[in-house]
Design a protein around this ligand. Structure first.
Ligand code: LLP
Length: 448
């Protein structure tokens, strides 16, 4: 049998190249492209559910009665339908804007399982969050603590908050997605004393209940050392809080950030193993510090939705470019940086394969580019693809579920791709493709 062009662990659980062409949940890439057009995000619904449940169960098993919430981080990808899946799977939801909150509410997601994030929440966003009764607001600045206190006061409620702290950890990931070192816009630094000051401010605010603390050290983090250190520093901080104000904070949220495999050489993480390990560190550090174990919550986004989704593109042109060190095939597809900004923004690497047929042709050094008007519009910088790829062929890039559609733009007025859910041989649209009327519907032009 021919070697599959992409390793199984990079593909959604129900995808394979067994029949020579890519098949997801029983439907071929060709059928999907014919029915829904390209580019399109194809999400393996069963895989999403399994991954979501795996994290939730791992947290429950590892923490028992000290398990807090397993929040799905909506920023990775949310839609009304996906919010329904998250709800049905029993997870909670982390939203970080009023927009994400409205999607959750439109899905009937119970506000009592919603946590509200963001480093610059507007007065309207805070008011709406309190009005609908979100469970926790994660406070990120003193101004915000004052705002929450005032708005909760006007509404006559006591709002539960978490203080977002920065444990001063350099996570090993791209600088734009590391979030818990000192020189960063997020949270209150433990080291500088800002965290303790914020906590005192919140404690003295009549309309606020401080439930605990939160940190998130970054995203696509491959090793666990950063988490271990952040947990140790945070629990030290909780011990200091106990000494200062004789109170043990009941909740600890350790964020998301768990890495996924984009390339065959990347490893996948096992939710059970990772959560067991982190839960173990929390318990151990609490024991050392003489603290009761807090309710532990996590916020995985990428590790749930990332691997479940692939992007299907159609090849439009192929051009051989002669270079000093040989030649390169530039394969242009019908999307680009508007549906995957991650390559140009973070130097992210993706796998790619021909999806509609087997090719026995030798491979060529290739670059997969989009249709946007700039040379940085690259989806895969360096790859080997069959030399006979031609217009009309389909390409697939796996692991695009997280921060793909959610960071999509309308650059060059490209309508954003749809999201198609596949399950047991059935495919359905869960976010429809944008069209030119959608784009024009925002225009307000003068009459003359
Ligand atoms: N919790 C908080 C507070 C966060 O800020 C994030 C991600 C998460 C949880 C979820 O992290 P995850 O498990 O998905 O890694 N656009 C970037 C990623 C930005 C992540 C922002 N915060 C990318 O495409 O890699």
């Amino acid at each position: 049998m021919m070697k599959a062009p992409i390793a199984t662990h990079v593909l959604p659980a129900h995808a394979s190249f067994d029949s020579g062409e890519l098949v997801i949940a029983g439907i071929s890439a060709t059928e999907l492209a014919k029915k829904f057009g390209t580019p399109a995000f194809i999400i393996d619904e069963g895989d999403f559910n399994a991954r979501a449940r795996a994290f939730n169960t791992a947290l429950k098993n590892a923490m028992g009665d000290r398990a807090g919430h397993c929040y799905y981080a909506a920023k990775a990808f949310i839609s009304v339908e996906v919010a329904k899946w998250v709800n049905a799977a029993g997870l909670s939801l982390d939203v970080c804007t009023g927009g994400e909150l409205e999607v959750a509410l439109a899905a009937g997601f119970p506000p009592s399982r919603i946590e509200f994030h963001g480093n610059n929440k507007s007065v309207q966003e805070i008011s709406r969050a309190i009005e609908v009764g979100v469970s926790h607001i994660v406070a990120d600045s003193e101004i915000e603590i004052e705002r929450i206190n005032e708005i909760a006061g006007k509404r006559g409620v006591k709002q539960k908050i978490l203080i977002r702290i920065t444990p001063g950890v350099e996570a090993h990931t791209h600088q734009y997605i590391a979030t818990a070192h000192e020189d960063v816009k997020f949270g209150f630094s433990i080291a500088s004393g800002a965290a303790m000051k914020a906590l005192s401010l919140a404690k003295s605010s009549a309309n606020i209940e401080v439930a605990g603390v939160h940190f998130h050290i970054g995203s696509q983090i491959t090793g666990l050392e950063g988490f271990d250190l952040a947990i140790a520093r945070t629990i030290e901080f909780l011990a200091e809080v106990k000494r200062e104000i004789s109170e043990e904070l009941a909740e600890l949220v350790i964020g998301g950030g768990f890495a996924i495999a984009y390339l065959d050489s990347d490893q996948t993480i096992d939710a059970k193993q990772v959560i067991e390990h982190l839960a173990g560190i929390v318990k151990e550090e609490c024991k050392k510090a003489g603290l009761a174990v807090p309710l532990l919550s996590i916020e995985p986004g990428r590790a749930i939705v990332g691997p479940t989704t692939v992007t299907l593109y159609e090849v439009g042109t192929v051009k051989s470019v002669e270079l000093e060190q040989g030649s390169r095939n530039y394969i242009a597809v019908d999307g680009g940086m508007s549906d995957n900004i991650r390559t140009s923004l973070y130097d992210a690497q993706y796998s790619v394969a021909l999806a509609n047929r087997i090719s026995t042709s030798p491979t060529r050094a290739s670059r997969v580019v989009g249709k946007h008007c700039e040379s940085g519009d690259i989806i895969i910088r360096d790859c080997e693809l069959p030399a006979d790829i031609q217009p009309g062929d389909l390409l697939v890039t796996p692991a695009t579920g997280a921060y793909g559609r959610s960071m999509a733009s309308n650059y060059n007025h490209l309508p954003r791709p749809p999201v198609i859910a596949v399950r047991d041989g059935r495919a359905r649209v869960i976010v429809r493709r944008e069209n030119y009327s959608d784009l024009l519907s925002l225009e307000v032009a003068s009459e003359e």
